[in-house]
Design a protein around this ligand. Sequence first.
Ligand code: ADP
Ligand code: GN1
Ligand code: MG
Length: 388
Amino acid sequence: MTKSSPSTTTALPPQHSPAPHDVRAIADLFDMRGDFIHAHPYGSGHINDTYCAAMDQAGQRVRYVIQRINHMVFRKPHELMENVDRVTRHALAMLKAEGHPEAYRRTLTCIPAHDGTSHARDDDGNYWRVYPFIEGARGHDEIHSTEQAYQAARAFGNFQKLAATLGGARLHETIPDFHHTPKRLAALEAAIVRDTAGRAAEVREEIEFARARAGDCAQIVSLLENGDIPERITHNDTKLNNVLLDDATAEGVCVIDLDTTMPGCVLYDFGDMVRTATPTSREDDPDPAGIGMQLDLFEALLRGYLSSADFLNEAETEYLAFSGKLITLEVGIRFLTDYLEGDVYFKTRRPGHNIDRCRNQFGFVRVLEQNMAAMERTVREISRQVRS
Ligand code: ADP
Ligand code: GN1
Ligand code: MG
């Protein structure tokens, strides 16, 4: 079964977005080698402010992504951009070394600011960066075929494989403890106590749902702590719309949104693919009652991921099925926490958006629990096939 309604990323600005920025003035801070034509808000990311800008370069129209880094979320933008710069330069060097004919379409590359650095600050203290717009490909909020699932997962696996060859110092942790699920649960408990927005009483059921799964929250973190699972460089935000698939062939062309690329655990990356690619409803569907899980897409993700991520150890392989449930639980906990805190972290486009998202995620956790045995069987079968 595949999803029916076509949907790619939308261009709607979020409800509480700041007044539109003067993107022409921002473009002027960078070495764009062109004349500004226009820009509009772009994509459906929950964190940064993203614009698609058209420039005239000596008579040729060229598009760029101009992005404001959300520095309330990423408290050290310099460190973040140092990571992005290192990872993207490394990717470009590898692509060029293998003689790839479209190296600049296969990785993000930073357009330098006039001082040669990879980002610039505006007069309001905002941090900005510019990437070439990857043409002929797009990020999807939902997918429609097993081929798309396979290709997306293969691209994220390739990204991890490439990151493993990055030399030099350990990458900065752009958000400390980003996937420390027990600490996410502790943050929820603290938000319940503060009850800043006076909403705790209306979400008792969701709070109990999360508390009942405290044991699950600790699972991967303890395997990391006891060394059964190694630390690797991971992407940490592998939702489906963070990989651009070729419009014509569905091939995973470019992994984007590198803000959380840092030391982590591969399972959270695979899990987030499961969370975003296999449900039958969207992340913010307010009615999770009818939500289902598409096992054929799970199998395709697995095949795609294992086709490139050929370095997994036994424990990593064993927890692939569980990882989808864990990150769905974690993201649901984060939406619930943000709802209690008055919607300060994730962009929201309507009142109650975060609690709708939370209910959807928790609904999907239940569905994954019901499907766990089948998913584990699939992992055993496919990993045996891939290894032999
Ligand atoms: P956020 O952190 O807010 O999710 P992203 O970096 O994921 O921001 O960008 C938001 C959206 O913009 C993406 O989902 C994708 O659709 C689009 N996008 C980002 N970078 C590019 C790019 N270089 N080329 C084409 N589209 C892009
Ligand atoms: C955010 O930036 P975006 O929209 O790709 C969030 C992820 C969540 C996701 C939930 C830095 O991802 O961690 O899983 O929303 N990114 C950050 O959709 O918090
Ligand atoms: Mg994104």
